[in-house]
Design a protein around this ligand. Structure first.
Ligand SMILES: [Zn+2]
Ligand SMILES: [Zn+2]
Ligand SMILES: [Zn+2]
Length: 327
C-alpha cells in the first residue's frame, strides 16, 4: 500500500512537472471567447468613436476605433439659378448634423437664335447680321463679306464715275457722250443757266457708290448723290421773268434770237443772280444708272429725269415747274 502511494505520488509529481508548464502555456494562447462589441463612444459624421469587447475566458479587453460615418447628404437645392453669363449656386444639408455644402452651378451660356441679316452686303460695303439670345438681351453681330465685283461691273462703275465727274465740271459734251443714245441731251445747257450750274455743281456735287448689280445685260450702278438744290431759285427766276414778260403766249411767239427773247434771257439772269445768292442748299438722293456694253463701249442706257437733275443741280425741275404753271 505504501509502495502504491509512493508510485501515485511520483506520478502526480511527474504530472506536476509536466502539466504545470502546460497549463501556463494554455493561459498564454487563450483562443478568447469575445463578447459583442460594446460602443463606448459613438462615431459622428466627422469624429471617430470607440468600442470594446472582453474575453469571457481570460478577461482580455480589446478596444477598437469606429470610423467617422461621414455626412449623409440630402438632395441639392437650388439657391440661385444660373443665367447666361453668371453662375448660380445650390446647397445641401447633412441629415445628421449641421453641416452644409454649397457649390456653384455653371453658367448656362447664351442660347442663340438664328442669324438675321440686318444689312445686306453689297459690292461696296460689307453687310451685317445679328442674332439674339433667347433668354437675355445679348446680341451678337457678324460681318457679311463685301460682294466681289466682276471686271464688267468695274467698267460700269467707271462709266458712272465718269458721268458724275463730267456733271461736276458741267461738261455737257462729255456727259452726252456717255449715253448709248446719241440723241439724249443732258438738259439745258443754255447760256442762261450754264454759269450757275457750273458754279454750284463744282461746289456741291458729291457722290458715293452704294452698289453695282448685274441684271441680265444691264449693270445697275446705284449711288447716293448730293447735288446743289437749285429748284427754288430756278423756279422763282423763271416765274418772276414770266411775270414781267406777261405770260407765256408772248414768250412762245417770239423767235429765240429776237431782241425781246434776249431781253427775257437777260432778265432771267438778273433773277438768277438775285436768287443764287441764297443757294446754299443741297439735296441728297439715290439714283441708279443703267449701263451696258454697246458697240461703242460701255454707255448709260437711258437718260432719266433723275440723271438730268444731277447734272443740272435739280434746276430743270424748278424751271419746268415754273413753265408748267404759266402754260
Ligand atoms: Zn481569452
Ligand atoms: Zn453630417
Ligand atoms: Zn443670353
Amino acid at each position: 500500500m505504501k509502495k502504491m502511494f509512493v508510485t501515485l505520488s511520483l506520478i502526480i509529481a511527474l504530472l506536476g512537472t509536466t502539466c504545470l508548464p502546460l497549463m501556463t502555456a494554455q493561459a498564454q494562447t487563450c483562443t478568447h471567447d469575445w463578447s459583442d462589441w460594446v460602443v463606448e463612444e459613438e462615431a459622428t459624421c466627422t469624429t471617430t468613436g470607440t468600442q470594446t469587447r472582453t474575453c469571457s475566458q481570460c478577461g482580455a479587453e480589446q478596444t477598437q476605433t469606429i470610423a467617422a460615418t461621414g455626412h449623409t447628404w440630402g438632395e441639392w437645392d437650388v439657391d440661385e439659378d444660373p443665367t447666361c453669363t453668371e453662375a448660380g449656386s445650390e446647397y445641401r444639408w447633412c441629415e445628421n448634423c449641421d453641416a452644409e455644402q454649397t457649390r456653384t452651378v455653371a453658367v448656362t451660356g447664351h442660347n442663340w437664335g438664328k442669324w438675321k441679316t440686318k444689312k445686306k452686303a453689297t459690292t461696296m460695303q460689307a453687310g451685317k447680321k445679328v442674332r439674339e439670345c433667347k433668354y437675355c438681351d445679348a446680341t451678337q453681330k457678324k460681318k457679311i463679306a463685301k460682294k466681289k465685283m466682276t471686271a464688267s461691273m468695274k467698267k460700269a462703275k467707271k462709266v458712272a464715275n465718269d458721268y458724275m465727274k463730267a456733271a461736276k465740271a458741267y461738261d455737257v459734251n462729255k456727259m452726252n457722250s456717255l449715253f448709248a443714245n446719241k440723241k439724249c441731251s443732258t438738259g439745258y445747257p443754255t447760256s442762261v443757266v450754264d454759269g450757275y450750274l457750273k458754279k454750284y455743281n463744282k461746289k456741291y456735287l458729291k457722290w458715293k457708290f452704294v452698289d453695282v448689280k448685274k441684271d441680265g445685260k444691264i449693270y445697275k450702278v446705284k449711288m447716293k448723290v448730293t447735288r446743289p438744290d437749285m429748284y427754288n431759285n430756278f423756279y422763282k427766276a423763271v416765274d418772276d421773268t414770266l411775270t414781267w414778260y406777261l405770260g407765256m403766249s408772248l414768250f412762245y411767239s417770239e423767235p429765240s434770237k429776237s431782241a425781246l427773247f434776249q431781253k427775257y434771257n437777260a432778265n432771267l439772269v438778273k433773277y438768277l443772280k438775285k436768287f443764287a445768292k441764297k443757294s446754299k442748299k443741297t439735296d441728297t438722293t439715290t439714283i441708279t444708272l443703267k449701263i451696258k456694253k454697246t458697240k461703242k463701249g460701255w454707255k448709260i442706257v437711258k437718260k432719266t429725269k433723275a440723271i438730268v437733275d444731277i447734272a443740272c443741280g435739280y434746276a430743270n425741275a424748278g424751271m419746268d415747274a415754273a413753265y408748267d404753271e404759266w402754260d
